[in-house]
Design a binder for this molecule. Structure first.
Ligand code: HDE
Length: 691
């Protein structure tokens, strides 16, 4: 049965041949029906100043299409950004799974990944304090496998029935329609403070994990326990981890607030730019594998998505790498229409009984029907498997693959060689025995809500603990009802007393509440897990980061050349910011490309900054508030600052000259530039914050 070639442009004659019409050459604008258009500037009118006529089919078709260009945005994860790439296995995993993708070393599988925020609408800012979605579609030879994960390994709730409540509480309040893309409001904290199972997740979202520097610098997690099943039918529980080769990095909260104004597309631009310049982001996929008996030994339940398994207890086994090497051609067609589904799994991988995962398994297909308008969304190229497909599903809205012939059912006796089920290679569920009374209960093994929250907090550096406390104070200060603030503090008392006191103090809470009554007595003696901290796992390179050089007319050309070559050798990026968008020359009279005019290029856009002015340049920048902010923000955000002597008057006006520390380095020659960039590998001068 041959399918006729489908052409989206130009009229297709029977047999698939394009008509060679005079008007329908490549250069002539046509309607969707293929009719050449003579005038695309004026609608058809009754007289030059008269009303537009209904018979204007060209106008009518254009507006009709325009009116229907949007599809419903995702109810969660509406704001996102996608990219193409591949996944490559390190080794055969046949000991654990019979999944075809893991049978051969070096197996390459095409992939599409979409990163997202959860709460904000499609047009919201990238730097919201929020969980990031990390959804991976692997087009395997035995069908699509989606790992629809997040950048945080736990979740707010234990049962999917609470998801609509959680999301309603987090999104904009229903009467006023704000605040958008932020959890700093009464409804969110009202719900959370009434939901003790959220407390572990609260620690993560109040940490810097929720304000990543970019998608490239964050981890990803499958969150739930899944199963791998091998040829012998043996099942092993697995947890999936994506570790960024670029290292982890986050911004500071005040920086995030300003970034949302300076560049609301900061994260998607970063991804686009990195791929376009050939600096392909890469993650290593690792698994934590353990069997049912081992799982029994944990005090928590491996089916509870509010718990992690510390890497120190079950080490991560690296199994492959994911490389993103292609931007999308069309944002709508790919990023907007991609349809992930937790039920897209392949034989050899299976679900666990995690009640959150079970609920998700219902939700994703359901939401695609609403968003993509029908059951044929696998006909959209980004969703279509890249392996052969043979089934008898047909018709429906916008069906693009329309079989011919008489057979649309199975079994049939029309086609002897037609598609049939295959017990050998077909998907087989793990025969996990299930038995029980039909009831609405939660297992007692899900009752510990605070111990891992305490473990997470304890595993952070002092700096990171400070950020968690500050984030809680910020969020709860935006909550109007004092009883909600106090109720949150009552939970913090079960997590860490000092943290609770710090937050109560920051909120100006008059009376310390009693600790919330726990369902199970929390443990505070779980071992510290260094893997939970970002700062304990920083990169040892400045690769992929960006330096902003604030430069004025006649700035030192020698230093500029040194900076450029040293930064580029590190694999980092340089941008010049100047008082005007063009016409900049260095001390040798050489023209310098300007990336940003000073008020469009605040220092929040950069990982480290250099101030390369002349005496006169510094004098004129002193009078420019954006230039002063450039310097004072870089300092406040603990960034490394390189400067020349001539820049001192500007630094003095920005209020940092009297506080210069080891993170502020004078640049005089190539050696000083080299030592500056080496120092930048630490990413931030955190000592400044504790000072
Ligand atoms: Fe989702 N989630 N989710 N989720 N989720 C959606 O599916 C849902 C959960 C995640 O880039 C929706 O296609 C329920 C956990 C990502 O297109 C929807 C529950 C995790 C994305 C949905 C959860 C996720 C979604 C909305 C509670 C991390 C974006 C649009 C049981 C493991 C995928 C869509 C993309 C999207 C339902 C909880 C990850 C409504 C019911 C936990 C990354 O189906």
């Amino acid at each position: 049965m041959s399918h006729k070639p489908y052409r989206s442009h130009g009229s297709v004659a029977k047999g698939g041949e394009l008509h060679q019409q005079a008007g329908a050459d490549k250069k002539t604008l046509t309607t969707q029906q293929g009719g050449p258009i003579a005038d695309n500037q004026n609608s058809l009118r009754a007289g030059t100043r008269g009303p537009t006529l209904l018979e204007d089919h060209i106008f009518r078709e254009k507006i009709f299409h325009f009116d229907h260009e949007r599809i419903p945005e995702r109810v969660v994860h509406a704001r996102g950004y996608g990219a193409h790439g591949f996944f490559e296995t390190y080794d055969s995993l046949s000991d654990l799974t019979r999944a075809d993708i893991f049978q051969r070393k070096g197996e390459k599988t095409p992939a599409f990944v979409r990163f997202s925020t959860v709460a904000g609408n499609k047009g919201s800012g990238d730097l919201a304090r929020d969980v990031r979605g990390f959804a991976v579609k692997l087009y395997t030879k035995t069908g699509n496998w989606d790992i629809v994960g997040n950048n945080i390994p736990v979740f707010f709730i234990q049962d999917a029935i609470k998801f609509p409540d959680l999301i309603h509480a987090a999104k904009q309040e229903p009467d006023r329609g704000f605040p958008q893309a932020q959890t700093a409001h009464d409804n969110f904290w009202d719900f959370i403070s009434l939901t003790p199972e959220s407390m572990h997740m609260v620690m993560w979202i109040m940490s810097d994990r929720a304000i990543p520097r970019s998608f490239r610098f964050m981890e990803g997690f499958g969150v739930h326990s899944f199963r791998m099943i091998n040829k012998e039918g043996k099942a092993t529980f697995v947890k999936f981890h994506w570790k960024p080769k670029q290292g982890m990095q986050s911004v500071v909260w005040n920086e995030a607030l300003k970034l949302n104004g300076a560049d609301p597309d900061f994260h998607r631009r970063d991804m686009w730019d990195a791929i376009e310049r050939g600096d392909f982001p890469e993650w290593e996929l690792g698994i934590q594998a353990f069997d049912e008996d081992f799982a029994e030994q944990f005090e928590f339940d491996v089916l509870d998505a509010t718990k992690i398994i510390p890497e120190e207890l079950v080490p991560i086994r690296p199994v492959g790498r994911l490389v993103l090497n292609g931007v999308v051609d069309n944002f709508f067609a790919e990023t907007e229409q991609v349809a992930f589904c937790t039920q897209n799994i392949v034989d050899g991988i299976d679900h666990s009984e995690d009640p959150l995962l079970q609920g998700r398994n219902f939700s994703y297909l359901d939401t695609q029907l609403k968003r993509l308008g029908g059951p044929n969304f696998t006909h959209i190229p980004v969703n279509a498997p890249k392996c052969p497909m043979h089934h008898f599903q047909q018709d429906g809205h916008m069906a693009m693959k329309n079989p011919t012939g008489r057979v649309n059912y199975e079994p049939n006796s029309w086609e002897e060689d037609g598609p049939r089920e295959n017990p050998e290679t077909g998907f087989k569920s793990y025969p996990h025995p299930v038995q029980g009374v039909k009831e609405r209960v939660r297992s007692e093994t899900f009752a510990d809500h605070y111990s891992q929250a305490n473990q997470f907090y304890k595993s952070q550096t002092k700096i990171e603990q400070g950020h968690i406390a500050a984030a809680l104070v910020f969020e709860l200060s935006k909550v109007d009802r004092v009883d909600i603030r106090a109720r949150m503090v009552s939970h913090l008392l079960n997590i860490d007393k000092e943290l609770a006191e710090k937050v109560a103090d920051g909120l100006g809470l008059e009376d310390m509440p009693d600790a919330a009554e726990p369902a199970m007595k929390p443990r505070h003696d779980l071992a510290v897990s260094d893997a939970l901290s970002i700062l304990k796992n920083g990169p040892d390179s400045f690769r992929g980061r960006k330096v902003g050089i604030l430069m004025t007319q006649g700035g030192d050309g020698g230093l500029l050349a040194d900076l450029k070559s040293v930064i580029e050798a590190e694999g980092a990026i340089v941008e010049v910011i100047a008082p005007a968008a063009g016409g900049l020359k260095d001390s040798n009279g050489k023209p310098v490309d300007v990336s940003e005019k000073v008020d469009g290029g605040p220092s929040v856009l950069y990982d480290a900054v250099v101030i390369l002015t002349t005496d006169e340049g510094a004098e004129s920048l002193r009078k420019m508030p954006p230039a002063r902010d450039f310097v004072s923000d870089a300092f406040a955000h603990c960034k490394f600052i390189g400067y020349v002597d001539a820049a001192k008057p500007l630094m003095e006006k920005a209020g940092i000259l009297q506080d210069l520390d080891a993170g502020c380095m004078k640049l005089t020659d190539r050696a000083s530039v080299e030592s500056f960039i080496k120092t930048c590998r630490a990413l931030r001068h955190w000592e400044r914050e504790s000072a």
